[in-house]
Write a protein that binds this ligand. Structure first.
Ligand SMILES: [Mn+2]
Length: 541
């Protein structure tokens, strides 16, 4: 697997300030942008215009919501079953509830209803209130709705107003909703938070917006960086009972909650409810004020997550078997045994391992549900839209998409999307790369540098942890460590200066002279701490 191309981002030879280089590599240019990046302002300080949201529509939405609160109209918040959608629902529901609204959250069932505002649900949702002259009822979508044309025209027919809040890619035409609060610059929970702050500015719910934004893989720059930074601060001292219990079941109580903890422990548990059961349980967990209920929901979620892991492993084994027959650069896998709730996870694991765009389909009797993941430089939503005539419903982004398709059309769809991708997926695009910020000499590595790097946190999509390269390194010693001796601890030397390094899961031979790519980390034990290079790649010279 180990063919990694080192892309050195900083091409200049002459010495420069390292912090400046890192900022430029992240596209942060100009003095003001640089200070803003290193000391992000609070999300409350962003103007609506900066976020790409139409101010007039936002005003129209808040006006309608305030009227609904005053008239005691029934409001349904229509969410989504992934971590972003659940957090988006929780943020708006808590806000409306605190303002005395008659608001009910609704998260569709992945298996029964599918993604997004659904025509069939509309009349059921507001059954009692809808149709009355003064009390028409209001549906507010969060993290979905921007392509729900049919459902919204159905609502209009029934006299129900719909406010769309969403961050997914819109089509050329927009649904005829009462108001649309839309931007692709943040997550569904980010949009929900912005709307809720328009109703009442109190900063509440920012920690949930951080979970949604990080889990939805939004680039952590600008507004999202602020949401992540300030939301993580709140998450580390949250008194939400459900989150505290979730931390306990995930072994996070003693840990600092960062983007990693959200991606690999918190979001998977929230997602597990929507994949294996009902996402309403995750919503209840986030919002509950009852300790024993929090405990039970957290345990249930943890068990669902274990069940989910098992299903993913089974599906991956099945996938590996059929990968042998793949000839196209775009991986296309369809089978009855792929559990619908986990196809997205399987697609991302395959993409990660083989570094190719991947579509995994769960075949039903008549309809197949699909989830797709992509690699940098290949827009999967564009690829799907190139074969749009076969798509029943669905949507997505450059890097991920979800849709459904008639089983009878699978082959035709596959041919069309493979033909589309063939032209775009060049050899260069399919090469796995690691972005390296700049070259460092060992004499430049010190505590001061390490400390100044911390102002680049939180790391994530769009703002990766700084990666450096050092060359002409002598390996003084190497020792296998860890369970199964999977890791190697190294002592390295350059021009007389020695530094420790750790290479996780490294079984390639390491020779005496190397170049290496690494992150800088602080190894802490027994109240002592020492700088250490966390190896990402090694080339023997
Ligand atoms: Mn989302």
């Amino acid at each position: 697997m180990h063919e990694l191309r080192w892309e050195i981002l900083n091409k200049l030879d002459k010495p420069q300030d390292i912090i400046d280089v890192l900022l430029e590599n992240r596209g942060v240019k100009g003095k003001k942008a640089k200070t803003d990046f290193l000391a992000p302002k609070h999300p409350e300080k962003f103007s609506v215009e900066e976020l790409g949201i139409n101010k007039k529509s936002l005003g129209k939405a808040t006006g309608r919501i305030k009227k609904a609160i005053k008239d005691k109209e029934k409001i349904v918040i229509y969410g989504d079953y992934d971590a972003d959608g659940v957090c988006a629902t929780a943020i708006l529901w808590e806000k409306l509830h605190s303002l005395g609204a008659n608001a009910t959250p609704f998260i569709p069932d992945r298996f029964e209803d599918g993604y997004g505002l659904n025509k069939k649900q509309i009349s059921k949702l507001l059954l009692v209130e809808a149709g009355k002259t003064k009390n028409r009822g209001l549906i507010i979508t969060v993290d979905n709705g921007i392509v729900a044309f049919e459902a919204i025209s159905e609502a209009n027919k029934l006299g129900i107003d719909v406010i769309i809040t969403d961050h997914h890619e819109k089509k050329e035409k927009l649904p005829k909703a009462f108001a649309i609060v839309h931007t692709t610059k943040t997550s569904g929970s980010g949009v929900s938070w912005i709307l809720s702050q328009e109703l009442k500015k109190d900063g509440k719910g920012i920690e949930l917006a951080a979970i949604g934004t990080i889990a939805d893989q939004l680039p952590l720059v600008g507004f999202n960086r602020s949401v992540a930074k300030y939301g993580l601060e709140v998450l580390n001292k949250t008194s939400r009972l459900g989150l505290r219990k979730l931390y306990a079941t995930a072994g996070l109580l003693e840990k600092t909650i960062g983007t990693y903890e959200i991606n690999f422990a918190i979001a998977p548990r929230i997602n597990a409810s929507g994949r294996m059961g009902s996402a309403m349980d995750a919503l209840r967990l986030l919002c509950t004020t009852n300790p024993s209920r929090a405990e039970k929901l957290a345990t249930d979620l943890n068990n669902l997550n274990i069940e989910r892991q098992k299903k993913v492993d089974e599906a991956l084994a099945l996938a590996e078997g059929s990968l042998i027959n793949q000839t196209s650069s775009l991986i296309f896998l369809s089978h009855e045994d792929y559990h619908e709730g986990i196809i997205g996870l399987v697609a991302s694991r395959i993409t990660e391992k083989y570094y190719r765009p991947t579509i995994v389909l769960s075949k039903g009797e008549k309809v197949a549900k699909a989830s797709a993941r992509s690699i940098r430089g290949f827009s999967i939503i564009q690829a799907v839209r190139a074969a749009e005539e076969f798509i029943l419903e669905g949507g997505g982004h450059e890097m991920a998409a979800g849709f459904s398709i008639e089983v009878a059309n699978l082959k035709k769809f596959q041919n069309k999307i493979e033909a589309h991708s063939k032209e775009i997926l060049t050899r260069e695009l399919l090469e796995r790369k690691i972005n390296v910020d700049c070259e460092l000499g060992f004499n430049q590595i010190n505590r001061e540098l390490y400390n100044s790097l911390t102002s680049f946190e939180p790391y994530g999509v769009g703002n990766p942890a700084p990666v450096f390269v050092s060359r002409d390194i002598k390996v003084v010693s190497s020792k296998k460590v860890g369970r199964d001796s999977k890791h190697q601890k190294l002592i390295l030397e350059q021009k007389g200066k020695k530094i420790n390094a750790i290479a996780f899961n490294w079984d390639n031979p390491i020779e005496e002279n190397i170049s290496l790519v690494y992150r800088l980390s602080l190894n802490e034990w027994n109240n002592k701490s020492e700088l250490e290079l966390m190896v990402r790649d090694i080339k023997n010279e």
